[in-house]
Write a protein that binds this ligand. Structure first.
Ligand SMILES: Nc1ncnc2c1ncn2[C@@H]1O[C@H](COP(=O)(O)OP(=O)(O)OP(=O)(O)O)[C@@H](O)[C@H]1O
Ligand SMILES: [Mg+2]
Length: 635
């Protein structure tokens, strides 16, 4: 009995740890949360969809599998070889045989290293290809979503999907899957090798396996929870950052830095806590496995040494010193992969969760899609008609209520009305950024629902309330990726809209860099650039949303002048708050709360002495007052 005391002590220690873990797990209140990620899609479905991305590279994966077999051979053979070398040194020493053994050992090592190298090169390359295919898919899909759908997803979330989540998936292909397969091979290979060497010692090692499984199972439950929290917090912080970095100037102007910083620190703190929990969970699991490993080594040395000294025979096998040495190495080769496997399963789960989130985006059916029999419109005249159009962004809250109007080709029509009356909405409906609920919108007499969206939008040039410039150069912002324009054509359109003056003053002219959102240019300059962009592409319909707000008189005159010229290009729809700028429009439509209140030419509307007349008089008085002031100043 006393002989087995050391083994009993080891067993008691491990047993009590296991008991503590079981009690701790049973004590968690919210079991459901500990179970793992919010997953609705079954694993099989995710694997099926992911494998579509991997399938084109099956040759690479096959090659990886082959090289893997070689690299595994080192793990399986080296302990045995070392044991042989030990035996050789101790018993029948012979220099030549020793050299040969060492040479074989080195040879296997080198082959395994070379294979591992190629394996990781192939994997990384393939992984990057899969990653970029996935990123491309998500990006194209996001581009196909309607404004309505895009309004619902925060930008930070999309960034997380395109960057972090695709990365998790690429990790799965490059690292996790391979490690899973490799480690499974190693565990079974090592088990086989140990069985061939000695049953008794193998059985002893196997006694530790149930504990290993138990620790792993409990560990997985905890890690899933922390993994999910880390993920959610990361998305949170990304969303917060992308919104607040865009609005950082407002924050500064309103002196809200401290409040924003506090918000940010809170989110950052939450992420830190989640990460710490993750580290904590791993921090418990790894030493536990290590404890099992050390215990098994102790048992091995005790039992093996005892068996060697006493020349014990078990099922016809004897324990030799070589076997103890080989086992000593095999045991570590056995425990390591099991620990890695447990961790890899978690990464795999995490990658699946990422995949599910990505597929969630990919599965969002674009709301605005071409009808099956939608037609291409190579040319349009630019005639636009609204027939009793009803539209709401939010069900039940009508923004447009039965709007009807008709714009002849090449006409200029202006929309006026108070803030929120629906002017911008009308313009965005014409480009089919949203679908209307009732009524019809016709271009050249064809319902826009029957026209391919891309073909429809091609004919519009939009100059919106806030001009968006991309980072790049002035030229790239005017030509918008279409390379077929010559510099002369670009400059010509700049001259046409009077943008040449300020471009001429820039150091690099058309090649002047544009920073993100064009924030190194003034609002008026950005406006002129967007005009140049529109004029260059010569669309059949030009849409201009309040372009003349917030600019100095000199630029306003320039803009007025370019607008006058642009009227010759095609149909023009203008939203304006300053009535003085639209006096020459062919038709003026006055909106009020989503209904057309009056329409007609400037003169007709003045004669009618209705709402337009009132508005005009208000602005006219204001203008008079300003002129009077200016004259007084000059005098
Ligand atoms: N994406 C949206 N989601 C929900 N409601 C919206 C959205 N965009 C606009 N609205 C609502 O629709 C109404 C009309 O908005 P619209 O932008 O067309 O007004 P507008 O006439 O262009 O005003 P402004 O002169 O201030 O530019 C407003 O009441 C606004 O609150
Ligand atoms: Mg508007």
């Amino acid at each position: 009995m006393r002989e087995y005391l050391p083994l009993l002590i080891v067993g008691a220690i491990i047993g009590s740890f296991a008991a503590i873990f079981i009690i701790a797990y049973a004590g968690i209140k919210n079991k459901k949360e500990a179970i793992g990620f919010d997953r609705n899609v079954p694993d099989g479905e995710i694997i099926r969809r992911l494998s579509k991305y991997a399938l084109p590279y099956w040759r690479s994966f096959l090659l990886v599998l082959l090289t893997m077999l070689f690299s595994i051979s080192y793990d399986l053979l080296s302990p045995w070889l070392i044991g042989r070398i030990e035996g050789l040194i101790k018993e029948d020493f012979e220099l030549n045989r020793l050299f040969m053994m060492v040479a074989i050992y080195a040879g296997i090592l080198i082959v395994s290293l070379v294979c591992t190298y190629f394996q990781s090169i192939i994997l990384q390359r393939t992984g990057q290809k899969i990653l970029s295919a996935l990123r491309e898919d998500i990006f194209t899909h996001i581009e196909s979503l309607s404004h309505n759908q895009l309004n619902q997803i925060p930008v930070g979330k999309l960034v997380t999907r395109v960057c972090n989540d695709t990365n998790a998936i690429s990790m799965m292909f490059t690292n996790i899957l391979v490690n899973l397969v490799k480690n499974v091979f190693i565990v079974f290979g090592v088990l086989g090798a140990m069985l061939m060497l000695n049953y008794m010692l193998t059985l002893m090692i196997l006694c530790f396996v149930p504990f290993l499984v138990l620790f792993t199972v409990i560990f997985r439950k905890f890690t899933r929870r922390v993994f999910r929290r880390v993920k959610d917090r990361t998305t949170d912080i990304n969303t917060y950052l992308s919104e607040n970095l865009s609005g950082i100037k407002i924050t500064q102007v309103f002196n809200r830095e401290e409040a924003k910083l506090r918000d940010f620190l809170r989110k950052s703190e939450e992420l830190k806590k989640a990460k710490q929990d993750q580290i904590f969970v791993f921090g418990i699991f790894r030493p536990m496995v290590y404890m099992l490993y050390i215990s098994s080594i102790l048992c091995l040395l005790y039992l093996g040494g005892r068996g060697y000294i006493k020349s014990t025979v078990f099922m016809g096998q004897m324990v030799t010193s070589e076997i103890v040495v080989s086992f000593y190495m095999y045991v570590s080769k056995f425990f390591n992969p099991i620990q890695t496997l447990a961790e890899m399963f978690n990464f795999l789960q995490s990658a699946f969760a990422s995949a599910e989130k990505i597929f969630g985006i990919l599965d969002m059916e674009p709301e605005l899609v071409d009808e099956p029999d939608a037609i291409d419109l190579p040319e349009i005249r630019g005639e636009i008609e609204f027939k009793d159009v009803w539209f709401s962004y939010v069900p039940g809250e009508w923004v447009l209520k039965g709007v009807s109007f008709h714009v002849q080709a090449k006409q200029t029509v202006a929309f006026v009305g108070s803030t929120g009356s629906g002017k911008t909405t009308i313009l965005s409906l014409i480009c089919r950024n949203y679908d209307i609920q009732k009524g019809q919108i016709l271009i050249d007499g064809i319902d826009i629902k029957h026209i391919k969206i891309a073909s429809l939008r091609k004919h519009f040039g939009q100059m919106l309330q806030d001009v968006f410039l991309f980072s790049g150069t002035i030229r790239s912002n005017i030509v918008l990726r279409e390379e077929s324009f010559t510099d002369e054509q670009v400059m010509q359109s700049c001259r046409y809209v009077n943008a040449d003056h300020f471009i001429g003053r820039l150091e690099k002219g058309l090649d002047e860099p544009v920073r993100e959102r064009g924030n190194n240019f003034s609002a008026g300059q950005r406006q002129l650039l967007s005009f140049a962009r529109t004029v260059l592409h010569r669309p059949a319909v030009m849409i201009l949303d309040e372009a003349t707000a917030n600019i100095d008189t000199e630029t306003e005159i320039l803009i007025q002048d370019s607008l006058e010229k642009m009227k010759n290009i095609g149909t023009m729809l203008i939203v304006a708050h300053r009535l003085s700028t639209i006096q020459h429009a062919d038709n003026i439509i006055l909106l009020s709360h989503g209904v057309i209140q009056e329409q007609g030419t400037h003169q007709e509307l003045l004669h009618r002495k209705g709402r337009y007349y009132q508005l005009y008089m208000l602005q006219f008085d204001e203008q008079e007052r300003r002129n009077a002031l200016r004259n007084a100043e000059i005098a």
